[in-house]
Design a protein around this ligand. Structure first.
Ligand code: GLV
Length: 328
């Protein structure tokens, strides 16, 4: 007798080749129409499923877990996992996985590019040109902030932070300073040319501050009005980490009042809603959470999430687990 394949739900549209790969091992329900599900609709679709492939937007919390007792694994197609209540998942014996490493360099590329576009005012000047305002050259037209040789500050020094540090130190001759929950070992610091400083020193000394720390309740509004007030008026702030780490309302005020020069934001509090104030200040570059968005990298992320589901549900061992629930 053939064994029944475990049932899983793919919560959002995904590469068709990934669905095929999943279907070879699992009984797959999918959402290829990318219907936006309410938490209730997600819960209904998850009934009887042993696994779910999430994208970072779907919350796996106590309420969902209580209503879906057959769930055994949630595989996030993202390196960040603040959509998971990891404690509740561990308590209920549900394995959580994410997609580390496969997106590191791509995301570091984007963080660096967003910082540069912000410093050199690329989108702002492009809008000016497209609007037909460019009539003649002027000596100070869209004069931005120097990147090479300046001080790059990194808050959160995991794999992506280290990738940005290497780009700054090795490619652009920047002085790189960082602050992190824990200090890196000397060899890693040397490899990415970075010096550990306090958070206050980071805020005060950075010409370009890039945020790459994970979101947690402790990090909520890690950059708010008091922190922005410590930054140089000529500094830029780039956030590719998570919405909620920056107080977007306080940032909009700081940008409008030129208390800092400019910001580049790929993530927002309450995204895809954007604080309307941010939409009206000129000195901010806004992108729709695309830091890992190249097709090869998104394919690798989807493959890893799928492989986690297949490996755990068919062989009992996840590839990149975030927890190890007793009995799971
Ligand atoms: C994207 O934000 C991710 O966490 O992978």
């Amino acid at each position: 007798m053939t064994q029944r394949k475990p049932a899983i739900l793919v919560a959002r549209a995904i590469f068709p080749n990934v669905l095929d790969r999943l279907r070879a091992h699992l009984n797959v329900s999918s959402n290829q129409d990318d219907v936006p599900w309410t938490p209730e609709a997600l819960c209904a679709a998850l009934q009887g499923k042993a696994g779910i492939l999430t994208t970072g937007a779907e919350r796996v919390d106590r309420a969902l877990l209580a209503a879906c007792p057959e769930l055994r694994i949630a595989a996030n197609m993202a390196v960040g996992y603040n959509n998971f209540d990891l404690e509740a998942m561990t308590e209920r014996g549900v394995v959580a996985t994410n997609t580390p490493d496969v997106l590191t360099e791509t995301t570091a590329d984007f963080g660096f590019a967003l910082m540069m576009a912000t410093a050199r005012r690329m989108p702002e000047s492009e809008h000016y040109l497209r609007a037909g305002h460019w009539k003649r050259w002027r000596y100070d037209m869209f004069a931005g902030a120097e990147v090479h040789g300046s001080t790059l500050g990194i808050l959160g020094m995991g794999r992506i932070g280290q990738g940005i540090a290497r780009r700054g130190a090795l490619g652009f001759g920047m002085k790189v300073i960082y602050h992190n929950r824990s200090r890196l070992d000397a060899a890693t610091e040397a490899a990415c040319g970075a010096t550990y400083v306090s958070k206050a020193e980071l805020l005060q000394q950075a010409d370009h501050l890039v945020l790459v720390l994970p979101y947690s309740a402790q990090n909520h509004h890690a950059i708010g009005a008091p922190e922005l007030a410590q930054m140089k008026p000529t500094a830029t702030l780039t956030n590719i980490a998570r919405g909620g780490i920056v107080d977007d309302a306080a940032l909009a005020v700081a940008l409008r009042e030129r208390r800092i020069a400019a910001a580049g934001l790929d993530v927002f509090e309450g995204e895809p809603q954007i604080n309307p104030e941010l939409l009206t200040v000129p000195n901010v570059v806004l992108t729709p959470h695309i830091a890992s968005a190249t097709l090869p990298t998104r394919q690798a992320m989807a493959d890893l999430a799928a492989d986690n589901l297949i490996a755990y549900l068919t062989m009992g061992r996840a590839i990149t687990p975030l927890n190890s629930p007793v009995g799971a």
